[in-house]
Write a protein that binds this ligand. Structure first.
Ligand SMILES: Cc1ncc(C[n+]2csc(CCOP(=O)(O)OP(=O)(O)O)c2C)c(N)n1
Length: 288
C-alpha cells in the first residue's frame, strides 16, 4: 500500500490517534463502572475511530437520512465502543453513556438495540446475524438505485464460525454488492479461547477471496494503514463486495489485557483504571 505522507495527512493521523486514545480512555472508565466487552472493544477501536470520525457519511442530526451510510454492528457485544464513536460525532453525549449504559430504560444496553436507540441501525448480539442483514440492506439500496450510500458491518473472527455468515458471503458476491464493506476484527480470540483452539480459520482472507470478494489485509491497530484503506475504496457502484481483514490485538493498549482471554469481558478496579489511563497516555506521548 502507498501512504500519503503529506503534512495535512500527518496532522489527520495525529488527530485520529488522539481520538482513538480518548475513546479507549472512555471505554476504561465505563469498564470501571460496568461489565463491558472490553477486549474486543479495544482491539477494533482504531478502525472504528477512523470509520466514524473520518470516513462514514452520517449526519448525527439526521439519523434516518436516506443518503446516509449504514453501519451494522454484527459483533453486537461491542456496543460500548459503537456508542463512544457515535458520541464523538455528536449523536449524544459521553455523559449520557456513563449515566445510562446497561441501565433499565436507558438507550445503551449491553448489546446494540435499535428499538431503544435511533442511531443503532440493526439490533444485534446474537452473532452471525448482523452481516447477513447488512447484505440485505446493501441489496435493497441497489434496488432503490441508491449508489451513494455504503453499508459497513463489523464482525469478529470468532463470529466466522456461524454458518449464516458464509451463506451471506456467497450471496453478496452473487448479487454484486460493491456497496458492502465487511470489517473483520481479526484479534485471534473469541469469548473463552483462541480461534486456533476453538474453530481455526487458517487463511481467512483466502476464504473470502474464493467467495468472490476483494480482500484487504492491514494492521488494524495502525491508523495510517486504516486511513489508507478507507481512502482507496473503489466507487460505491462497484460490483465486488469488500472484506477488510483487520489484524488486531485483543485488549490493545492495556498490557494486562492484551491477548489475555480473561479480558473478553469484565470490570476493572480503580487502580487498574488509573494504570490503564497512564499507559494509554504514555503510548500516545511516545507516538508523537
Ligand atoms: C449466536 C451466538 N453464540 C454465542 C454468543 C456468545 N458470545 C458472545 S461474544 C462471543 C465471542 C465472539 O468472538 P469474536 O467474534 O471473535 O468477538 P471479539 O473477540 O472480537 O469480541 C460469544 C461466543 C453470541 N453472542 N451469539
Amino acid at each position: 500500500m502507498k501512504y500519503n505522507s503529506s503534512i495535512s495527512n500527518k496532522k489527520l493521523i495525529k488527530e485520529l490517534e488522539k481520538s482513538a486514545m480518548e475513546i479507549r480512555i472512555n471505554l476504561l472508565k465505563l469498564c470501571n463502572q460496568e461489565v463491558i466487552h472490553i477486549g474486543g472493544d479495544l482491539s477494533i477501536t482504531d478502525v472504528m475511530t477512523v470509520l466514524w470520525k473520518y470516513k462514514i457519511n452520517y449526519n448525527s442530526k439526521l439519523p434516518m437520512d436516506e443518503s446516509r451510510d449504514r453501519f451494522v454492528l454484527s459483533k453486537g457485544h461491542a456496543s460500548a465502543l459503537l456508542s463512544f464513536c457515535q458520541a464523538s460525532i455528536g449523536c449524544f453525549s459521553v455523559e449520557e453513556i456513563f449515566k445510562e449504559y446497561a441501565k433499565d430504560k436507558g438507550i445503551f444496553p449491553m448489546h446494540a438495540c435499535n428499538l431503544l436507540n435511533p442511531f443503532v441501525e440493526v439490533s444485534t448480539g446474537s452473532l452471525g446475524h448482523g452481516m447477513p442483514i447488512a447484505c440485505g440492506i446493501a441489496a435493497g439500496l441497489k434496488l432503490k438505485n441508491n449508489f451513494s450510500s455504503r453499508v459497513y458491518t463489523l464482525m469478529g473472527d470468532g463470529e466466522q464460525s456461524e454458518g449464516s455468515v458464509w451463506e451471506a458471503a456467497l450471496n453478496a458476491s452473487h448479487y454484486k454488492l460493491g456497496n458492502l464493506i465487511v470489517i473483520i476484527d481479526n484479534n485471534g480470540f473469541e469469548a473463552d479461547g483462541s480461534i486456533e483452539e476453538i474453530t481455526s480459520l487458517n487463511n481467512l482472507a483466502e476464504k473470502y477471496r474464493v467467495f468472490g470478494w476483494r480482500v484487504d489485509e492491514i494492521n488494524g491497530n495502525d491508523i495510517t494503514e486504516i486511513v489508507d484503506f478507507f481512502d482507496n475504496l473503489p466507487p460505491v457502484n462497484g460490483e465486488q463486495p469488500i472484506c477488510l481483514v483487520a489484524k488486531t490485538i485483543k485488549g490493545k493498549g492495556i498490557s494486562f489485557m492484551e491477548n489475555n482471554v480473561c479480558w473478553h469481558s469484565g470490570k476493572i478496579n480503580d487502580k487498574q483504571l488509573i494504570d490503564g489511563i497512564t499507559e494509554l497516555k504514555e503510548a500516545y506521548r511516545k507516538m508523537n
